[in-house]
Design a protein around this ligand. Sequence first.
Ligand code: FEO
Length: 173
Amino acid sequence: MLKEKVLKALNEQVNAEQYSALLYLSMSAWFEDKGLPGFANWMYVQYQEELTHANKIFKYVVERSGKAEVKAIKQMPADFESVLDVVEKTLEHEQYVTELINNMVDVAVEARDHATQSFLQWFVDEQVEEEANVTEILDSLKLIEGEGKGNGLFMLDRELRQRTFIGTTQTAE
Ligand code: FEO
């Protein structure tokens, strides 16, 4: 049985992951509109991944006999200043999610809930990868900015087109 504080934190995280999913779907739509299908694809895969994160926590709550909650999701932004702006906001958002995950681990430790601590370790590791992936794109973009965009942006867009969603490993079930 989950303690009240742990249950609350997990349910709030389901909502945060669902928000993340829709934020990235919104970014994907923005990239499509700007004629950057590779960036749009990368964001769409990100959207799919975030849904698996939300569902993974949802299922864990149910498995531990907790009452899973489905809450309203706040409005996500739809307009951005530039490609760089979107990628910077993505990194900021992932850093924020890392904070949320770390806070959840603290709650689980305080509650002496070892099962939840163990469950959350996957998310702790995932955040390292999430931040690294976005940082890599951000670094490439900054290089391109220094070289006068055009061709570099086209090449990066082509590269990001290659990303595919791998459901089974992302859910790690
Ligand atoms: Fe579910 Fe991108 O963290």
